[in-house]
Design a protein around this ligand. Structure first.
Ligand code: FAD
Length: 388
């Protein structure tokens, strides 16, 4: 077991930290305030080689291990959660599912879109009546000759309306009308019958829209079906999604580390009762506890990323239990750490003049999106009792 970064990883961390500090920090408040997607940051990330880092060499990517993506996300999230989330979604999420289980043609095309165009693929699972209970989803993809007709409504889809590539979870219905189970189908933005509905007025991470995707007899070629064998389509797609949970945990961890760093600096400057805040033991213990939470969360996230299994096609997928433990722990711990950091600033922390209140709103998401903390606990518990 080795807890050291190699030279290449140290350079990557330096690069991501520098981009975060010099390029992303100053405008983070603007994306939040204006509800605006940071296209200019996407281009910076693309040029720096931080999009599609996991894409295999045969599709033009650098094929870096999952832990490298985690390291980069964590650094960027210290300065801008929205931009860090874009790194997640251009390395994991729908991209990860397609890279793991899609056809070679789908993999080549999605890789090209991410690496060359900076497309941020979207993943459409959640529906108004199917959230945690995804198996209740109603969207259907009905086979008709050489194509599928997709009908249904997704909501809270990150990047809805921005993303050209959309991986949609749907019930696959064969030509005889039989339900083949849940599978994934790729639908491009602009396909007739695919429209964007309500855009959510979300609490945090407001630089990426969460939108409703509406499909009305939207026809896509049969070649857009992602998992060929529908029998294990759902299981495979959920397996592919485990990488996203680690990505989400890395954003939460980075936001919390960023808030913690700001608080430590402030405590060396602010005075009360003739002393610096850092000279109050009660406050120091709050920060020491936060430090322990950050270190514990970091170890869980790094372990899940380092233990990711490499598939035959060189795509890396983490284990479900390790990914769920990392996400549930980090989601909770990061929120607590940001809240304690904000506390160090007193009223100033509660003001929009400082980034703490935004960070608190942003970090709250990670106990909900990508599967709630309770859903992670259910998966962990299931793994404990499997075979007993
Ligand atoms: C910012 C943001 C971005 C998102 N992006 C995407 C996206 O890109 N793609 C996508 O498909 N979805 C996305 N989602 C949706 C997200 O995945 C769902 O919100 C989440 O899975 C929970 O579903 P729900 O909101 O319907 O809550 P529900 O499933 O209705 O749950 C309500 C509450 O009940 C609890 N609960 C439900 N079932 C159980 C159970 N069996 N045991 C214990 N507790 C339970 C939940 O934990 C929760 O606290 C996003 C959500 C947010 C907030």
């Amino acid at each position: 077991m080795d807890f050291q970064l190699n030279e290449e990883q140290k350079l990557l961390v330096e690069l991501a930290d520098r981009l975060g500090r010099d390029e992303f920090a100053a405008k983070a408040a603007r994306w939040d305030r204006e509800h605006e997607y940071p296209y200019e940051n996407v281009e910076v990330l693309r040029r720096a080689g931080l999009l599609g880092m996991t894409i295999p060499k045969k599709f033009g990517g650098p094929e870096r291990p999952l832990i490298d993506v985690v390291l980069a996300i964590e650094q960027i999230a210290k300065y801008c959660g929205v931009t860090a989330r874009i790194v997640v979604e251009t390395n994991m999420g729908a991209l990860g599912c397609v890279m793991a289980y899609g056809t070679e043609a789908q993999q080549r095309e999605i890789a090209r879109r991410v690496l060359e165009d900076g497309d941020k693929p979207a993943i459409g699972m959640t529906e108004p009546s199917a959230g945690t209970d995804l198996t209740a989803l109603k969207t259907r993809a009905v086979e008709r000759g050489g194509s599928y007709l997709v009908s249904g409504t997704k909501h809270w889809i990150t990047g809805g309306g921005i993303s050209r590539t959309n991986l949609i979870f749907a019930r696959i219905i064969d030509t005889k009308g039989n339900d083949q189970g849940i599978g994934g189908i790729l639908v491009d933005k602009g396909t007739p019958g695919f429209t964007i509905g309500r855009v959510e007025d979300a609490m945090g991470l407001r630089g990426i829209p969460e939108a409703e995707l509406i499909f009305e007899n939207c026809e896509v070629p049969a070649s857009c079906l992602v998992v060929r064998d529908p029998k294990d389509g759902f299981k495979k797609l959920m397996n592919g999604y485990n990488a996203q949970r680690i990505g989400a945990s890395s954003v939460a961890l980075g936001i919390a580390q960023g808030a913690h760093d700001l608080a430590l600096d402030y405590m060396g400057q602010r005075e009360a009762f003739g002393r610096k805040l850092k000279d109050f033991q009660g406050l120091d213990w709050m920060m020491a506890k936060s430090e322990m939470e950050l270190e514990a969360a970091r170890l869980l996230v790094y372990r899940a990323a380092c233990n990711a299994r490499r598939l035959e096609n060189n795509v890396m997928l983490p284990q479900m239990k390790e990914a769920s433990i990392a996400k549930a722990y980090t989601g909770h711990a990061s929120f607590e750490v940001v809240s304690e950091s904000l506390q160090m600033f007193g009223a100033a922390g509660y003001s929009r003049d400082l980034p703490l209140e935004r960070m608190l709103r942003d970090v709250r998401m990670f106990q909900i999106g990508g599967g709630t903390s309770q859903a992670q606990l259910n998966m962990i518990a299931r793994s404990l009792f499997a075979g007993r």
